[in-house]
Design a protein around this ligand. Structure first.
Ligand code: NAP
Ligand code: MG
Length: 371
């Protein structure tokens, strides 16, 4: 609905020019925005329908056509969306879905010479491949990539509120969230209390079938992802991390991983630096704002960050220091169709949602008319 509103509000501007008077020309100058053309949208499995819509909405509002490639694990919602667009009367060819894996289907799609723009959400590794492929044809591209988002608890806030917020920031959707709050920094005088509370939350979560209303956390998406996440927990242990909750696979059936909290980690440990994309939190104490800002920024990623505090002066001092595309205060992973979402640094190039997303599906043409 938000993007549909933009469809009637795409506009250029008229300009008072500064062409030298000696040319004796009287010019009319203006800009117009035009659809970029055919869009290839390549999306991941963790929020398959939502992320597809983030691409489709602004592309259609701008007047583009779309070829969507869902992840091989999650093609069904994309295909159903295509059926619904047919039922709604979209002209043939405006919205198209191609299924298949990354190398076989995604790679030829993004390097196709008739594609004008690629909108990608996924890992930083694949995002780089796609960016390189796009430059060959000067295909425009936006990349929404991975993250390792910090959750920063200041010393003034209620420990129970902060702990509940931190637990939700990492365990929502089993940690398979690009902006998951996967690094927890707590001011050292509150560290033990807050981290013990987060570990309690982790232990109390009910794991179960994704369609069971009583389940608070379902399985991970695949065996591969479960093995990857458990592998990271083992790496953490072998580098000296202390396991405060969880610590491995849950049960013998299904791809369940225990909500896990690791402490006694160091900034150079792999579990602190790399995106795990599962229900695994690393927790570290800090002294003051400058120190926590430096640690929060000591990451190749810069997608999100949350601050937990009621001290507005401290909060406003910290917000400009954080290298993150979104900063949330007393909340985490808050998204809105009107608010741009994307990353600093290796978390991506460009934004989904908001007017910024629409702009990425439009070209700008400058027109001079000698009257
Ligand atoms: P991924 O491996 O990067 O795959 C994403 C998509 O790219 C899939 O459809 C995949 O196809 C396709 N792909 C793989 N190799 C390709 C290639 N060489 N050329 C073209 N397409 C290719 O990511 P994922 O494992 O599905 O998702 C997890 C990652 O996405 C995490 O890193 C997460 O942080 C990130 N993510 C970011 C955001 C954000 O908004 N910033 C949101 C959600 C997820 P197949 O899988 O079918 O092979
Ligand atoms: Mg994949």
């Amino acid at each position: 609905r938000y993007m549909a509103g933009w469809a009637t509000k795409i506009e250029g501007s008229t300009h008072e020019h500064s062409v030298p008077f000696a040319l004796q020309a009287q010019m009319v100058a203006y800009t117009r925005r035009e659809p970029v053309g055919v869009v290839a949208a390549v999306v991941p499995w963790n929020f398959p329908l939502l992320v597809a819509i983030w691409k489709l909405g602004p592309a259609l509002a701008a007047g583009c056509t779309v070829v969507l490639k869902p992840a091989e694990q999650t093609p069904l919602t994309a295909l159903m969306l295509a059926e619904l667009t047919q039922e709604a009367g979209f002209p043939p060819g405006v919205f198209n879905v191609v299924t298949g894996d990354g190398p076989g289907t995604g790679a030829p799609l993004v390097s196709h010479p008739l594609v004008n723009k690629v909108s990608f959400t996924g890992s930083t590794e694949v995002g780089k491949l796609i960016g390189h492929a796009c430059v060959d044809h000067m295909t425009r591209f936006t990349l929404e990539l991975g993250g390792k988002s910090p959750v920063i608890v200041l010393d003034d806030c209620d420990p129970a509120t902060a702990a509940a917020g931190a637990a939700n920031a990492i365990f929502f959707n089993h940690g398979q969230v690009c902006c998951a709050g996967s690094r927890l920094y707590v001011q050292k005088k509150m560290f033990d209390r807050v981290v013990a509370d987060v570990a309690d939350h982790a232990r109390q979560l009910t794991l179960g079938h994704g369609l069971d209303p009583a389940a608070q956390m379902g399985p991970l998406v695949s065996q591969e992802q479960m093995d990857r996440v458990c592998g990271y927990i083992d790496i953490g242990r072998s580098q000296g991390a202390e396991v405060l909750a969880g610590g491995g696979r849950a049960g013998e059936r299904g791809y369940f991983v225990q909500p896990t909290v690791l402490a006694s980690v160091r900034p150079e440990h792999r579990v602190v630096r790399e995106e795990i994309f599962g229900p695994v939190l690393v927790a570290m104490p800090y002294d003051d704002l400058d120190e926590v800002a430096a640690w929060a920024n000591d990451s190749p990623f810069g997608l999100g960050a949350s601050i937990w505090s009621n001290n507005l002066s401290q909060v406003h001092r910290l917000i400009p220091k954080l290298q993150a595309g979104s900063v949330w205060v007393n909340c985490h992973s808050m998204l809105d169709p009107g608010m741009p979402f994307g990353g600093y640094k290796q978390s991506g190039i460009g934004r989904d949602m908001g007017r910024a997303a629409l702009d990425a599906y439009l070209e700008t043409k400058s027109v001079f008319i000698n009257v």
